[in-house]
Design a protein around this ligand. Sequence first.
Ligand code: MN
Length: 260
Amino acid sequence: MKRILITNDDGIFSQGIRRLASALGEIAEVLVVAPDREQSAMGHALTLSRPLRMQKIEERWYAVDGTPTDCVNLGVLALMKDHPPDLVCSGINFGLNLGDDVTYSGTVSATFEGTLLGIPSVAFSQEVGEGFSFDAAAAFARRLIEILEGEALPRDLLLNVNVPAGPIQGVSFTRLGRRVYKQSVVENRDPRGRKVYWIAGTPQWDRASGTDWEAVSSGRISVTPLHLDLTYYPGLENFSSLWDKLSALAFPAGAAVKPE
Ligand code: MN
């Protein structure tokens, strides 16, 4: 039987993590280590400036006063250190994590951390809209993990799963979509007359085909393979004029090294 570490960014008392833990608990041994309060949009933050506290709230459930990334570290490197999990699962997030937004996402960042620790990881997010429930996402999570159980999983396997609200039309293997930035900053005054700023705006998406956005907006579950290597490989070629200028700079200790 598989051992699965479960975390999230909505907090240990959210409905989505309950549903994920009970769905996966039917087929695996699960351990839940999750933030004690909401940590959405914390990205890949790691707490180094203070010690962390972990509280057992029930059998196999632990709340941490930190981020999702902290929780994965405490789960893998402390609670499960003698017998690491086969899989890290994160979610089910209340809201989608699509395209360019994945780097803001605590849900997805927890799975980045899982793969950095050498453990295949899957993030689950649920669209909130008409006909919303966690039922389809929980059922799909169980089926996906059952399928993965029959596979030899690469240590860097990272899947980002997004489930639409309403009836499910199927599943698509997708790439990340691109956000059309319509974000704005609203300036206002607090009761003492000081300026405050609120980041606002509704995300809009490039309607390109083959993307996670397209799948979800046509009622399909989106499964996107991700990796954490953010290197822009074409840039090593395309930015050659920048390279020429950089390589002309003189350094006392030696010449700059051109990438392979
Ligand atoms: Mn969240």
